[in-house]
Design a binder for this molecule. Structure first.
Ligand code: HEC
Length: 163
């Protein structure tokens, strides 16, 4: 008896099912919405963290980075003292290039040790509060930016684990 045949048939059935699922036709909007909902669920933070972060951000960060995290329009140009204006944190600048541990470190230490002007928050916000602020900031990132960040973050975590 040819044992391979049932395997091929099952494989073909599975493939047909996958193709049928992809060929949503008029269903594309629904599939798109489901995909977006799935991506949202994959974010590391909870709505509670975002809400806590919003308050902390308003009190500690908004004066420089803007109430909506859009930063300064001229953030790429250093001023007369060679200091850079506060960049946007809403996903339009650099912040998404940094894995979570780097974002935490920037917020804790500020920018002064590396020649910048952002004050340190290590003595003012505890680790949970810093994570909540990061959650609020990331809630402004679209799915494309968030996934690009998540990839870098995972790579950094793997590299750290190998050390
Ligand atoms: C006094 C103004 C000021 C305040 C307040 C401030 N920042 Fe900043 N921030 C800056 C500046 C300026 C930079 C650019 C680096 C530098 O000069 O230190 C920066 C850089 C950053 C970066 C790095 C962005 C990137 O693209 O790499 C992050 C993240 C950040 N700030 C988050 C925060 C958070 C969160 C808070 C509140 C807890 C905060 N900042 C409060 C001025 C500020």
């Amino acid at each position: 008896m040819d044992m391979r045949k049932p395997v091929v048939v099952v494989g073909l059935l599975a493939l047909t099912a996958v193709l049928a699922a992809c060929d949503g036709g008029g269903d594309k909007g629904e599939n798109g919405k489901a995909a977006q909902a799935a991506l949202k669920q994959m974010r590391w933070y909870t709505p509670e963290q975002v809400a806590a972060g919003e308050k902390l951000y308003r009190e500690n960060c908004a004066s420089c980075h803007g109430a909506d995290a859009s930063g300064s329009a001229n953030w790429r140009e250093p001023d007369a003292n060679g200091k850079f204006p506060p960049p946007p944190l809403n996903g339009s600048a650099h912040a998404w290039h940094h894995p979570k541990h780097m974002l935490r470190m920037t917020i804790k230490r500020g920018g002064i040790p590396i020649g910048g002007s952002m004050p340190p928050f290590g003595g003012k916000l505890d680790d949970d509060e810093i994570d909540a602020v990061i959650a609020w900031i990331q809630s402004h990132w679209n799915d494309e930016i968030y996934s690009a960040w998540a990839r870098r973050n995972a790579q950094a975590a793997l590299a750290g684990a190998r050390k």
